[in-house]
Write a protein that binds this ligand. Structure first.
Ligand code: C2E
Ligand code: MG
Ligand code: MG
Length: 602
């Protein structure tokens, strides 16, 4: 190594070069050329930096072999960082800057690039300073050595925050109502379409509620647009608070709002929502010290009954809204008259149910359970009937589900149990053959906190021995709150009451649960019995249930036996007890007493 006049240390290459020519002039020229190259390089770096700055673009490199990361000045600037604070950076440090939600995607592309050599293009967010974020578009490429090993992953990072913001503002303008900030008609159609598709998959209903404020124009004219606008905003806020997250609330401009209720199981659910909305709307709004009263009219269309696309449903909800407006204020109407009648019927039924118990409109009928070998009556099922003052005699399928929804099933169920026990005891006291009485319990009744005490008290009061009482529960009722139900059932079993699984085979049919509950009897559902002589599948299911009951040492009874052929096939498969129209329909108490006295004729 020698010292040049400029004091620059040269490598031996250069010395060799100098030695070869032996001329100081050549040295001078070489140095000059070097200086020019250096200057050009610096200028080009500056130009690049200026260009990067203007474009909001940084560049970077990751040396896969050493793990070191290089960042351009602009990239530091973009991220709100000072290069001097970060001399030696590694990939882990970079990960720390990425928004945690985007980190998995970021790691995935960068590691995939390193291992597979694939270029990538990713948009993600960088936390630029506490509470601030920038959105960047990062593109990367891979450099490999002659053996195909990855040496370097490098690329550019472009700040696209402003563009994204502009795009989202455009989206906001084209998809949302400017005054209320709610989705507008165009976004409503998108959302409604998605909701319909989901409902079709889940076989559920979608309620489309079209709401129009009553007298809004009058308020607007009398109090001015400013007040009108504030009123609409207040209404929008109230509605937003009352719908679920999965629902959509839209404003179609003016005073028209649409609520889309997703994943509804029955018209009742939609009715409840409509009532709630009307109630919220009719509460006074205070604007600039003024109390403003308004009300609304709602038209309802329901997927799939009233249409299966968003345009038809909206049109029908709109039409129904006009119908509602023609009636009294603060009202709702379904598009289909069928729906309106259903809702009305239910409301009437609910009101009359309130009074039915005290008016003694309920009564029990009894259906014999028979030992098919001897023809002897071994038990009876007590079944509820309602003699409705206007609608005539109602079977349970017309009112049990409503009673369950409204909670009336608790007093009604208690009434049924008391009467069945009292009746059975009375027959025994009259000297008729003692048989057990089966009473149905609904799932809701297990929510009654003192169910076991209530049953114990009923037995005490009526004087019926527990061995003559059986309770029928469906599989789904048991599974609804399995732990709690198991505790109660064990208490009942301890009292000496027997328990039967009703409609067996239609619910979970999980064998595992049978062991956990103290069950005495399975009732083969009548849907299997119906086709037992014609459908081999049903015959096989019945056969399996019977065999299983035998293994588990449970009694078994077949429901809904209507023909002699069914009876014979069941008997052949070792099912002894049966219940069905073949032996007797459910009959009123007086008639059942005769059956007990004289025996069955079938
Ligand atoms: P379930 O407990 O499965 O009752 C048997 C139903 O099958 C009864 O209908 C009975 O009339 C009917 N049935 C009996 N034999 C035959 C037959 O050979 N063929 C046909 N097709 N049907 C037959 P019902 O009385 O209409 O009761 C329907 C359901 O209502 C009952 O089904 C039970 O789940 C419920 N239910 C009845 N009474 C009460 C009650 O007091 N409390 C509760 N929670 N539910 C009750
Ligand atoms: Mg039953
Ligand atoms: Mg049944």
């Amino acid at each position: 190594m020698t010292e040049t006049p400029q004091g620059i240390t040269h490598t031996s290459d250069l010395l060799t070069f100098e030695d070869d020519t032996g001329s100081p002039r050549v040295l001078e020229m070489t140095l000059e050329r070097l200086r020019r190259v250096e200057l050009a390089l610096r200028q080009s770096q500056l130009r690049l930096a200026r260009a990067q700055k203007a474009a909001g673009m940084g560049s970077w490199e990751w040396n896969v072999q050493t793990g070191e990361v290089f960042w351009s000045d602009e990239l530091f600037r973009l991220c709100g960082l000072n290069r001097d604070d970060h001399q030696q950076i590694q990939l882990e440090w970079v990960f720390g800057l990425v928004n945690p939600a985007d980190l998995p995607a970021f790691k995935k592309v960068i590691f995939t690039a390193a291992t597979s050599g694939q270029p990538f293009d990713l948009v993600y967010r960088i936390i630029s300073s506490p509470g601030e974020e920038i959105v960047v578009n990062c593109r990367g490429e891979v450099e490999c050595d002659a053996d195909g090993r990855t040496l370097l992953v490098s690329g550019t990072t472009l700040d696209i925050t402003a563009r994204i913001r502009a795009e989202s503002e455009i989206r906001q303008l084209s998809n949302y109502d400017a005054l209320t900030g709610l989705p507008n008609r165009s976004l409503l159609h998108d959302r409604l379409m998605l909701t319909i598709a989901q409902a079709a998959r889940d076989q559920q209903l979608v309620g489309v509620l079209f709401l129009d404020l009553d007298r809004f124009k009058t308020i607007n004219d009398a109090l001015g647009h400013r007040v009108g606008d504030k009123l609409l905003k207040a209404v929008a806020r109230r509605l937003t608070a009352c719908i679920r997250e999965s629902d959509t609330l839209a404003c179609l401009g003016g005073d028209e709002f649409v609520a889309v209720l997703a994943g509804v199981n029955c018209a009742e659910g939609i009715t409840v929502a409509a009532r709630k909305i009307l109630m919220l709307i009719s509460e006074p709004v205070y604007i600039d010290g003024q109390e403003i009263y308004t009300s609304g009219s709602i038209g309802i269309a329901v997927y799939p009954m009233d249409g299966d696309d968003s345009y038809t449903l909206l049109k029908h909800a709109d039409l129904a809204m006009y119908q509602a407006k023609e009636m009294e204020r603060n009202n709702f109407q379904f598009f289909s008259s069928e729906m309106n009648i259903k809702v009305l019927e239910r409301m009437l039924l609910e009101n009359s149910m309130r009074k039915a118990l005290e008016r003694e409109e309920f009564f029990l009928v009894y259906q014999p359970q028979v030992d098919a070998r001897s023809g002897r009556i071994t038990g009876m099922e007590a079944l509820l009937r309602w003699q409705h003052p206007d609608l005539g005699l109602l079977a349970p399928d017309k009112f049990i589900s409503l009673a369950e929804e409204t909670g009336f099933i608790i007093p009604i169920g208690e009434w049924a149990l008391q009467n069945a026990c009292r009746q059975n005891k009375a027959w025994q006291d009259q000297g008729l053959p003692a048989v057990r009485v089966a009473v149905n319990l609904s799932a809701k009744q297990f929510g009654q906190y003192n169910l076991d005490e209530m049953i114990a008290a009923t037995l005490m009061e009526t004087g019926l021995e527990p061995e003559w009482l059986e309770l029928e529960i469906t599989e789904s009722a048991i599974m609804k709150n399995a732990e709690h139900t198991a505790i109660i059932l064990r208490k009942l079993k301890k009292m000496g009451i027997s328990l039967a699984i009703d409609d067996f085979g239609t619910g979970y049919s999980s064998l595992a649960y049978l062991k956990h509950f103290p069950i005495s009897r399975l009732k083969i559902d009548r849907s299997f019995v119906r086709d037992i002589t014609t459908n081999p599948d049903d015959a096989a299911i019945a056969e399996i249930i019977i065999a299983m009951a035998q293994t588990l040492k449970l009694s078994v009874i077949a429901e809904g036996v209507e023909t002699r052929d069914q009876m014979e096939l069941l008997s052949f498969n070792n099912c002894v007890e049966m219940q069905g129209y073949l032996f007797s329909r459910p009959v009123p108490a007086e008639q059942f007493a005769l059956l007990l006295r004289d025996g069955l004729k079938y």
